[in-house]
Design a protein around this ligand. Structure first.
Ligand code: SF4
Length: 394
């Protein structure tokens, strides 16, 4: 039996995984618009949005994946990636299904593009998730694999439960979200890694089916209007977003609008989903991008998905000391005080530091938070989306 008890009121006649949302508005033509992201899906009764997990039911938009997950895993926090947030500690990571972007290069497409709600075999209410994370020694929980924007209500409730248990909450997101929903989601978060997928509107329009401007707004909001510790990731895709000019423009914008202390990760693409004809990112491209960023004045620039000890080292900007040296996700050297100062010169290191570094290492450990139910909630796999997919969408 499904025993899930959402922190939110149930909807009469709906399954245990469906909850109401506050993000919708009625239109004159009878449709209801979802106001979570700029996609602004306008739905008639029974239709689902492009993200597939939000749907119209009656006069509201509901979330249909509350408490359901594609699985749970304990990862090193560096894998999110977050290099300045509780270094070396384990984080309980999970995602659900669906995404509000449509990136042709998606590296998690089996989850984010899933329309099979029944594949969400794991279920967990927020308290169970938080107590499990704490029992297993995690310092935080992370909403990742797919974008928490689309399961905002579940992410917010899990984050609250995590905080009540003394843990922190991390969002890994593309940042494609409208201001009101953004304010609600990040009020519950302690850290975020935002994908800055490229630095041209053309890339966002043609390859991610989204807009760069919205993502930049999210970054400015997080850095200037919240206490959420924020790092940025750019996946470099050969021939698509890896030119010197584009990387330089991105770094100049970050320096000018966010400041030089926001960490930036350049990570390597591997051929996947609708971009199997593009080669993997060479290590030299990551190092070239890092050099451009450092020359632009950014202070904490990392390479990822490639073995590059230099590109994975945090250096003190005051005395040049190697503060945190990493070998993949293992911390090889740690010279930061418990409260975040350089051991050599005492300069503050930007980030969130709380005690000594963790020793989780590179392990990735799948876990079970709750036994799968024997009785599945009804899935709605054949409800049509609100409009035909555009031709450039995968
Ligand atoms: S894609 Fe999902 S979150 Fe975005 S507007 Fe449509 S239904 Fe809402």
């Amino acid at each position: 039996m499904v025993t899930l008890t959402p922190r939110r009121p149930r909807i009469e006649g709906a399954d245990a995984f469906t909850v109401g949302t506050g993000f919708h508005r009625a239109l004159e033509d009878g449709r209801i618009e979802c106001t979570v992201c700029p996609r602004a899906c306008r739905l008639r009764e029974g239709q689902r949005g492009l993200c597939f997990v939000r749907a119209r039911q009656g006069e509201q938009i509901v979330l249909t994946s509350y408490g359901r997950s594609s699985g749970f895993c304990i990862d090193p926090i560096e894998k999110k990636p977050l290099n300045h947030f509780l270094p070396g500690t384990p984080v309980l990571s999970f995602g659900t299904a669906g995404c509000n972007l449509a990136c042709r290069f998606c590296q998690n497409w089996d989850i984010s593009k899933s329309r099979e709600i029944d594949t969400l075999a794991s279920e967990a209410e927020p308290e169970t998730l938080a107590t499990t994370a704490k029992r297993l020694g995690c310092k935080s929980i992370a909403f990742t694999y797919n974008d928490p924007t689309v399961f905002l209500e579940y992410a917010a409730d899990c984050a609250d439960a995590a905080r009540e248990a003394g843990l922190k909450a991390v969002a890994v997101s593309a940042g494609y979200i409208r201001p009101e929903a953004r304010q609600e989601l990040y009020a519950h978060m302690d850290a975020a890694n935002i994908d800055l997928k490229a630095f041209t509107e053309e890339f966002y329009r043609k390859i991610a089916f989204a807009s760069l401007r919205t993502v930049l707004d999210t970054l400015e909001y997080l850095v200037h209007e919240t206490d959420v510790w924020t790092e940025i990731t750019t996946l470099l895709i050969p021939g698509h977003n890896d030119s010197d000019d584009e990387i330089a423009a991105e770094c100049a914008w970050i320096g000018e609008h966010l400041g030089p202390d926001v960490p930036l990760h350049f990570t390597a693409f591997h051929p996947d989903f609708k971009m199997r004809d593009v080669p993997p990112t060479p290590a030299a491209t990551l190092q070239r991008a890092r050099r451009i960023a450092l020359d632009a004045g950014l202070r904490y620039v990392y390479t990822g998905n490639a073995h590059d000890p230099e590109g994975q080292t945090t250096t003190c900007v005051n005395c040049g000391e190697a503060l945190i040296a990493r070998d993949w996700y293992r911390i090889a050297r740690y010279a930061v005080s418990d409260s975040g100062q350089c051991d050599g010169c005492g300069a503050d290191v930007p980030g969130v530091f709380d005690g000594p570094a963790g020793d989780w290492g590179p392990k990735r450990q799948p876990i079970r938070v709750a036994p799968p139910s024997t009785t599945r909630a009804p899935a709605h796999d054949h409800i049509p989306t609100h409009r035909p997919e555009p031709s450039h969408r995968p």
